[in-house]
Design a protein around this ligand. Structure first.
Ligand code: CA2
Length: 147
């Protein structure tokens, strides 16, 4: 099983600023723990981060070609604005789980709406970086259901 974890703009700043919102873990910490969690379950987890919309879109397309089984996506602020990422998710047949570290519904009004949620399998938000593990756990749970 292959899972891709994509992080969008500014998430490379995780653990460096705004710890009251995003916690103290860095993106490298998140990557390390997801990779380790995957290894223990015989799952390859590849983690990538980009500050560029087009690059995130290219990686979603590539995931389809590479027969990735699931995508964990924290689109950053593109969550609230990017119809292009929405179309990219719709254009692939891989299940995508949207993850947010913070509770977007308890923050500024512009964060309350996700233009991506409707084309994702589900959304996890407000549970800190543990949300990434929960998304991975969801894919593992589904795999078990298949066998
Ligand atoms: O809660 C989340 O995971 C978000 O996707 C994070 C985005 C934000 O625009 C979304 O509304 C919710 C922002 C990521 C910025 O990350 C930072 C990390 C540390 C310091 C500053 C920004």
């Amino acid at each position: 099983m292959k899972i891709l974890c994509l992080n969008g703009p500014n998430l490379n700043r995780l653990g460096k600023r705004e710890p009251s919102i995003y916690g103290l873990e860095t993106l490298e910490d998140v990557t390390r723990s997801l990779t380790k969690y995957g290894e223990a379950s015989n799952v390859v987890v590849e983690c990538k981060q980009s500050n560029h919309e087009g690059e995130l879109i290219d990686w979603l397309h590539l995931a389809e070609e590479e027969q990735v089984d699931g995508v964990i996506l924290n689109p950053g602020a593109y969550t609230h604005t990017s119809y292009a990422i929405r179309d990219a998710i719709s254009s692939i047949s891989i299940p995508v789980i949207e993850v947010h570290i913070s509770n977007i519904h308890s923050r500024e009004t512009f964060r309350h709406q996700s233009v991506l949620a409707a084309v994702c399998q589900g959304q996890i938000c407000g549970l800190g970086t543990f949300g990434y593990t929960l998304a991975l756990e969801t894919f593992l749970h589904r795999r078990k259901g298949e066998s």
